[in-house]
Write a protein that binds this ligand. Sequence first.
Ligand SMILES: [Fe+2]
Ligand SMILES: [Fe+2]
Length: 171
Amino acid sequence: MAVKPKLVSAINDQIQAEFQSAYQYLAMAAWFEENNLQGFAHWMRLQWQEETNHAMKLYTHLMARGGTVALQAIKAPAKSFSSALQVFEQVRKHELAITERINVLYELAVKEKDLPLQIVLQWFINEQVEEEAVVEGIIDRLKLIGADGPSIYLLDRQLGARQAEGAGETA
Ligand SMILES: [Fe+2]
Ligand SMILES: [Fe+2]
């Protein structure tokens, strides 16, 4: 079943939003690296990779359905921040906006009776639940240790241990 033009353009918009997320997280990785928080930087680099994977998941779906991928411009991301907590508060705000976008796109797929797209988007709906929870947990820990406490380095070590998605899996 070919994708309806209305959905092709909505999927292309979401591909842009995922690449925009990736770009934002890469800018955050650079900020952490400049501020000697290598674990946070590592976490953000993996986040950049994940968002790129999200964009490619939609790209692949659109291709498989005979739709045209039309890549859009990516804006320059925010690059200066005041603290690790402020960075993660921006991540939360950003992810909540993405969740809203995914929900609207899903509602459109339902309205247009596009079942394959609904299934792809169900994966994204789950992913957003997980991302929001992870970010919330990091914000809680940052608040607990305070902005400038030396314990930030303990959290930096924890985040530095994050593994790439699918790492350790055999398939
Ligand atoms: Fe994403
Ligand atoms: Fe995300």
